[in-house]
Write a protein that binds this ligand. Structure first.
Ligand code: MG
Ligand code: ZN
Length: 221
């Protein structure tokens, strides 16, 4: 236990090393399984309300003529998002985590067993809406895409450095609301790059379809 500079108390969390190792082994097994079937998997992360589902719907609409797509929708209790994505006419497998605030490699492994991997070549996985703990749970995806929304305020990137550092692409969404939220998209993008210089940053208004093609290009799809 240690005192933090602002007078709060911080607790050291002891990670279970075996659990962490097993998690990354399972993630590697998922990747191997996907590779064996020629499937590219994208893990889509972001807070509740950041626009993950809307972004995925836009990506599916733009890609479904040339890619064979399935979606895994992780959700704590509801299947609202799965129903929305299904309307795009691609198979959607819902994982209700039953209270857990992230997907893990084991849940995804079970889901992979229920998909016909030979009939798809792109798997988009909507993780549970949460920017904190999913960072510590690799699920076996080829790329991680993190969605930040300007409606979450100006500090999302610097408050979630672990997530941003692990992501390959950062989407800054709802840019049509940036002025009303008094958030600078340029500053947010600079914050993202300061945490992760390698990352691709794309600004979108997913609801209006703006920037979807740039997201697809950034993912190399
Ligand atoms: Mg969603
Ligand atoms: Zn969690």
């Amino acid at each position: 236990m240690a005192d933090t500079p602002d007078g709060g108390e911080s607790l050291d969390i002891v990670l279970d090393v075996d659990l962490s190792k097993r998690t990354s082994e399972l993630a590697d097994e998922n990747l191997a399984l996907l590779d064996a079937h020629g499937v590219t998997a994208i893990d889509v992360l972001g807070s509740v309300g950041s626009g993950k589902t809307t972004l995925i719907m836009g990506m599916v609409a733009a890609l479904k003529q040339r890619r064979r797509i399935a979606v895994i929708a992780g959700d704590i209790t509801t299947r609202i998002d799965a129903g929305r994505i299904e309307a795009e006419g691609v198979p959607v497998l819902q994982i209700q985590t039953g209270g857990a605030c992230h997907l893990d490699a084991n849940l995804v492994r079970t889901a992979l067993g229920r998909l016909d991997l030979d009939s798809i070549d792109l798997l988009i996985i909507e993780n549970v809406g949460n920017l904190i703990c999913p960072a510590g749970f690799p699920i076996g995806a080829h790329q991680r895409l993190v969605v930040l929304s300007v409606t979450e305020g100006p500090y999302m990137a610097i408050k979630h450095p672990v997530m941003v550092r692990q992501a390959d692409v950062a989407v800054i969404n709802k840019i049509d609301l940036a002025e009303a939220m008094e958030v600078s998209v340029e500053q947010l993008a600079a914050d993202v790059r300061s945490v992760n210089p390698e990352i691709e940053v794309v600004a979108t208004c997913a609801r209006a379809g703006q920037g979807i093609d740039d997201v697809i290009a950034a993912l190399g799809l």
